[in-house]
Design a protein around this ligand. Structure first.
Ligand code: ZN
Length: 200
């Protein structure tokens, strides 16, 4: 069931680059490596839009095995009352359930934002072959921004990481989300002030 749409969290479809993402995903279906990365990242961006529609920070992820998307996930910690419900964790759980295996060797995970320490730890436990992210996260990213957990051989010798695939698109979506949230907050403050004035 879809989470209730809060007035300040609702967005019109015109603000979402859904059509262009869908066409990127479609166009790249048969293309080689780099284009394949863009194809899967475009699918992850479509997942991120689902988070936005539910008022969550728009981050999405897909897990790919042998060229097939076997699981998807999007950020939903608020709606689920779950601090671990990041897009990557949701996708990893779905992939592990689908394969009937807590380890996911040979799988690749595409995520629209550089992963945090929690998600990176889970990816390493899952022994993913490769993680690809879009936008960097200077605040909590551990794929090279705050630190690079993947480069620590004591922690990781299974999972390769790469960033920057469709970074502009992912960054634009995050910026759009936060701009909308700030505008809604400003509007609420204005409405509150008007309410006080009317009361006097
Ligand atoms: Zn995370």
């Amino acid at each position: 069931m879809a989470a209730p749409c809060m007035p300040d969290a609702c967005i019109s479809d015109t603000t979402l680059p859904g059509d262009s993402l869908a066409s990127v995903a479609e166009a790249a279906t048969t293309a080689p490596a780099a284009a394949a990365d863009e194809h899967y990242m475009a699918l992850a961006l479509l997942e991120a839009q689902k988070a936005w529609r539910e008022g969550e920070v728009p981050v999405g992820a897909v897990v790919v095995k042998d060229g097939e998307v076997i699981a998807t996930g999007y950020n939903q910690p608020i709606g689920r009352h779950d601090p671990t419900a990041h897009a990557e964790i949701m996708a990893l759980r779905a992939a592990a359930a689908r394969l009937g295996n807590y380890r996911l060797p040979g799988c690749e995970l595409y995520v629209t934002l550089e992963p945090c320490a929690m998600c990176s730890g889970a990816m390493m436990h899952a022994r993913l072959a490769r993680v690809v992210y879009a936008a960097v996260d200077p605040k909590t990213g551990v794929g090279g921004s705050v630190l690079d957990l993947f480069a620590l051989e004591q922690l990781n010798h299974h999972t390769a990481i790469a960033g920057g695939v469709l970074a502009e698109e992912a960054g634009a979506m995050l910026k759009g989300f936060f701009a909308e949230r700030r505008a809604a907050a400003a509007q609420r403050r204005l409405a509150g002030r008007r309410g006080t004035e009317d009361g006097n």
